[in-house]
Write a protein that binds this ligand. Structure first.
Ligand code: C5P
Length: 285
């Protein structure tokens, strides 16, 4: 008999990710696009509280409609049928549909909490396999850290990143991830990059090239598509560079842009000049 009682309420941090580099291959037969990406895990976090309840419920201020947190409960229960009904409360700080992986981080946090509350103790590899069924950014958030991410998000390798501060510039209106991938396919018009484009080695080298080397290598294949759908993002990138960023880029499928700063003070003073920008640093992980 296990005398240890599972805890009744769990609160998990769900950190945002920023794609410092995102290379995208041509679509596979299932329509998904293989990737090779440097994910930075940053200290802009949602807070996800999960407890047992009479029935499943997800409360997520400011987010209407289906929520990946509910998908996560269903996915976990399909694996562990004894999971009790859960109530999830999400305190959102990460902008929504922003390319920052907030919904995926919340879903991963729910999987971690369900794992503890059910007493199932699935190992991280099993949780990652469940996560991959929910969305391509979810597996990397089971154990959030800086990572080289490949495949369609399921192949993960921890990375160390140089010290830096990021200034995030979200937009009011989010962008739909499928629409941005679709726009990339349209712009490429069948001229997809060769397989070598997804070689992980150059990205591993970039991560160890020091901040200036890394900043010089910031790129995102989806930026072109996001800018095609939302041309005003070009001004966001310019504003970040004008404010002193070493480099600026688009994270994920956008529309959030980010600038890279060496010193936190420089990022903070740039934040005073750029309305509604958010200072975020890569987490110590
Ligand atoms: O997995 P996620 O929820 O981020 O994906 C949403 C959609 O974005 C997918 O259904 C697909 O249309 C597109 N996508 C893709 N290739 C990926 C990730 C997402 O084509 N690697």
């Amino acid at each position: 008999m296990n005398a240890e009682r599972p805890p009744v309420k769990i609160t998990e941090c769900a950190p945002a990710k920023v794609n410092l580099v995102l290379r995208v291959g041509g679509p596979r037969a299932d329509g998904l696009h293989p990737l090779c990406s440097i994910f930075a895990s940053v200290d802009l976090e949602d807070s996800v509280s999960v407890c047992e309840a009479e029935e499943d419920a997800v409360e997520c201020g400011g987010v209407e409609g289906p929520n990946l947190a509910a998908t996560a409960i269903d996915a976990f229960r399909a694996e562990v049928p004894s999971l009790p009904p859960l109530e999830v409360r999400i305190e959102k700080r990460i902008p929504v549909a922003a390319g920052l992986g907030g919904g995926s981080a919340d879903a991963a946090a729910v999987l971690r909490a369900a794992n503890q509350l059910s007493g199932a103790r699935l190992p991280p590899g099993r949780l990652r396999a469940l996560a991959a069924r929910i969305g391509s950014d979810v597996p990397s958030q089971i154990e959030p850290r800086h990572s080289l991410v490949r495949g369609v998000g399921e192949e993960l390798e921890p990375l160390s990143l140089p010290r830096m501060t990021l200034l995030l510039l979200p937009r009011d209106q989010g962008l739909s991830t499928p629409a941005v991938f679709g726009e990339l396919d349209r712009l490429r018009d069948g001229l997809d990059p060769p397989a070598a484009w997804l070689d992980p080695e150059p990205l591993r080298r970039l991560a160890t090239a020091g901040l200036h080397g890394l900043a010089a290598g910031i790129e995102n294949d989806l930026a072109r598509a996001a800018l095609s759908l939302r041309p005003e993002l070009a001004q966001s990138l310019e504003r970040l560079l004008d404010a002193g960023a070493l480099a600026a880029g688009v994270t994920g499928s956008g529309p959030t842009t980010f600038g890279v700063f060496e010193q936190v003070d420089d990022a903070t003073s740039a934040a005073r000049r750029i309305e509604r920008s958010i200072v975020a640093s890569p987490r110590a992980c």
